[in-house]
Design a protein around this ligand. Sequence first.
Ligand SMILES: NC(=O)c1ccc[n+]([C@@H]2O[C@H](COP(=O)([O-])OP(=O)(O)OC[C@H]3O[C@@H](n4cnc5c(N)ncnc54)[C@H](OP(=O)(O)O)[C@@H]3O)[C@@H](O)[C@H]2O)c1
Length: 210
Amino acid sequence: MKTLVIGSHGKIGRILCRKAAVYELPLRAMVRDTAQASELEGPAVEVVAGDLEGDFAEALEGCDRVVFTAGSGGHTGGDKTLLVDLYGAIRAIEQSEARGIEHFVMVSALRTDRPLEGPPAMRHYFVAKKLADDRLRASSIPWTILRPGRLTDTAGSGRVTTDVSRASGFDISRENVADCIAAALRQPSARGQVVDLLDGDQPIGEIFAR
Ligand SMILES: NC(=O)c1ccc[n+]([C@@H]2O[C@H](COP(=O)([O-])OP(=O)(O)OC[C@H]3O[C@@H](n4cnc5c(N)ncnc54)[C@H](OP(=O)(O)O)[C@@H]3O)[C@@H](O)[C@H]2O)c1
């Protein structure tokens, strides 16, 4: 089983690649800039070139699963939100459908189901993430949607909460998100689940138990 990671040189993607051998997950890391390859390559990680704004169909060749953790980032404008977070995600889903991908794990965001309740400057981003999630849910491929809160660079605790109504903060460690992605890929029960994520006290290994 090989998993294509789209957004592999991002902060979550790099943690996934660094821990690939620990997770026992063979990964293919998609990068726009092949100069990033040496940072990602390892015993369980190979690198492929691909750009969500271009042709990346070949990157999926030989992969069974896809993780989407790409993002245009807050430093770009609304045009990139459309091209990467929305249309790039939709094209990744459509190409995964065409290839019969067995599992697609989407890193979405908390509150995407209610975009108009978000801060005005972020509503277009929440709309893009919501529409991508909606497309994935309507797709023919098994999926898991992870909806983390505000991402931090603190070390992972191995524990999160999926009940955000009871959480005191709005943060989650990127390493905890990476560990949740790996758990989703490992556990068949994760398929078909939309899971909100904040740092908490539930062991990550238990969050997809039904
Ligand atoms: N920031 C938050 O608080 C927050 C909260 C909830 C959810 N999220 C979501 O979490 C995910 C990952 O977060 P992160 O902090 O790891 O993000 P990040 O560090 O900004 O990484 C984003 C990655 O996406 C890649 N990317 C951008 N445009 C691309 C394109 N056209 N083709 C291929 N790859 C492209 C970037 O590539 P380069 O390395 O080439 O730039 C980068 O590797 C995103 O989906 C984001 O929307 C973020």
